[in-house]
Structure formats: structure tokens, C-alpha cells
Design a protein around this ligand. Structure first.
Ligand code: ATP
Ligand code: MG
Length: 250
């Protein structure tokens, strides 16, 4: 990784940019991914670059969903692979979730490069290379998923997903957990659990909650899921964006 002085006030954001740049160079991240990164940074800046309390509650609800799920799957795209490969593997380990590469602009080369990259960071099994099932309601290339992966999942974590596909997955009856810094995006708005937070913070936070909840009963986990209010979480995030930390009371 490039040398960024740790005392630089924008250290985290600079490291993040370099990871995305590296991702593009390695053929993991698309040039569209660069644009998504820029959008994300703007929202993170407005959020104060911290995990707001409502996002932490969402992360806990997400962890409870994962632990209750029969077949949870973490969907990985080019930005996710470039930014948090080890964290994806850690979350899968803590929850028994599958990892599946799932791309908006799918090419066989990119899927392979991402799968290799995840294996280099400790993943044992990576799905998404077979692509033998389709999400109904989407055009051919964008609909491809693995029959024994996302197609079969009851709970899917789709970080930084495009709104269309998030909607189509929701219509398949899956419980969708979305990580997206933009609370106004359709992806966040269709999710059962929208986590409005930077994936760099959100993913390890879900893992931390999953480890913390590992000994909980189904009843306890179900209570956490039932208590979570998605509309309130989106509203709290939007308030933070518009009014800042002092005004939102969080
Ligand atoms: P819509 O959901 O309204 O259809 P979109 O999906 O077309 O919008 P994209 O630019 O494709 O918009 O989506 C990228 C999303 O990912 C943006 O909402 C952006 O804020 C978010 N994002 C980018 N980087 C991160 C990150 N590091 N952590 C969390 N979210 C991020
Ligand atoms: Mg979106």
C-alpha cells in the first residue's frame, strides 16, 4: 500500500482511495467502482466519518439475522473486494455465511480475479463462478447468480448494491441487508436492514455483534430483529446528513 502519513487528517479516506485504485489496477474493481467510491466519500464526509448510533443498531440487527438464517450469503463486488477482503472472510467465519462474487458489470475475468483475491485473503470457498441460476426480473447478465448461493439464500448481505438488483432480490422474498452510505439510495430504501455506514466500519461491526450474540437463544435474536425499525434508521441517517451531529440528538 502507498505511504500515507498516519497523522494526515484524511488518512482513512486516502487509504481507501488507494485500495480502490489498486483494485482497478488488479482488474478487481471497475471504473464505475471509482465513481461509486466518490459518491460514498461525499456521504461519509457529511455523516462525520463515524458509525452513527442508528447504524450500530442496524449492524446488530444484521448480525441477529445472520445467526438466525438457514443460508446466509455475503455478496461481494469489486469495491467490496478491494476495500475489505479480510473482513468479508471474518464475517463469513463468524456466521457460517457463504461468500459469492456478484457483479453489476459481470465479466468472467473480473469474477475470477475477485475470487482469487478473496482466497489470497483467507477465503476457502468462493461462489459466483458457476452462475447457473437467474434472479427473476433482471436482464440476462445482471441476473446471474449461483443456484446453491444467492439464489438459495434466505438472508443476503448486499453491500454497495445497485438499486435495481436490490429490489429484485427483495422481491424473491430474501431478507436483504444493505450497507450503503446513501440513505436515499434505492438499495438502502428496499433493505430489511439498511446499514448507513462506510463498509470499512460496518463490516467489522457486524462481525463484532455476531461474535457478541453467538451464545444468544433464538428468542433473544428474534427480539433484536423485531425491535429494529428500518424506517427510523433511515430517518436518523438522513437527519444526520442534513443537520449534523449536534442537531440529530444521536
Ligand atoms: P440507487 O441505489 O439509487 O439506484 P446506484 O445504486 O445507482 O443508486 P451507485 O453509485 O451504483 O448508485 O451505488 C454506489 C453506492 O455505494 C452509493 O450509494 C455510495 O454512497 C455507496 N458507497 C460507496 N462507497 C461506499 C463505502 N465505502 N461504504 C458504503 N457505501 C459506499
Ligand atoms: Mg445504490
Amino acid at each position: 500500500e502507498v505511504d500515507v502519513p498516519e497523522d494526515h487528517p484524511r488518512y482513512q479516506s486516502l487509504v481507501t482511495r488507494h485500495r480502490i485504485e489498486d483494485g482497478v489496477e488488479k482488474g478487481i474493481t471497475s471504473t464505475q467502482g471509482l465513481i461509486a467510491e466518490g459518491r460514498g466519500e461525499a456521504f461519509d464526509y457529511l455523516l462525520g466519518e463515524e458509525t452513527i448510533p442508528s447504524a450500530d443498531r442496524a449492524a446488530r440487527a444484521a448480525a441477529a439475522h445472520f445467526l438466525l438464517a438457514e443460508h446466509p450469503v455475503i455478496s461481494v463486488n469489486g469495491n467490496v473486494a478491494a476495500l475489505v477482503p479480510e473482513e468479508v472472510v471474518a464475517l463469513a467465519g463468524a456466521t457460517g455465511a457463504d461468500i459469492e462474487v456478484n457483479l453489476f458489470g459481470r465479466t468472467a475475468e473480473r469474477v475470477q480475479a475477485i475470487a482469487d483475491h478473496l482466497r489470497e485473503h483467507g477465503a476457502t470457498e468462493v461462489k459466483g463462478l458457476t452462475a447457473d441460476a437467474r434472479i427473476p426480473g433482471l436482464s440476462h447478465e445482471r441476473a446471474k447468480v449461483d443456484a446453491d448461493g444467492i439464489y438459495d439464500a434466505d438472508v443476503v448481505l448486499v453491500p454497495l448494491e445497485d438499486g435495481d438488483r436490490a429490489e429484485a432480490l427483495g422481491e424473491m422474498g430474501k431478507t436483504e441487508i444493505v450497507i450503503d452510505l446513501n440513505p436515499l439510495s434505492r438499495s438502502a430504501r428496499t433493505a430489511a436492514v439498511p446499514i448507513v455506514d462506510n463498509i470499512l466500519r460496518a463490516l467489522p461491526n457486524v462481525t463484532r455483534h455476531a461474535r457478541d450474540l453467538a451464545g444468544s437463544s433464538r428468542e433473544e435474536l428474534e427480539a433484536i430483529v423485531a425491535e429494529f425499525d428500518r424506517d427510523a434508521a433511515l430517518e436518523a441517517a438522513e437527519r444526520r446528513l442534513r443537520e449534523g451531529a449536534l442537531a440529530d440528538g444521536e
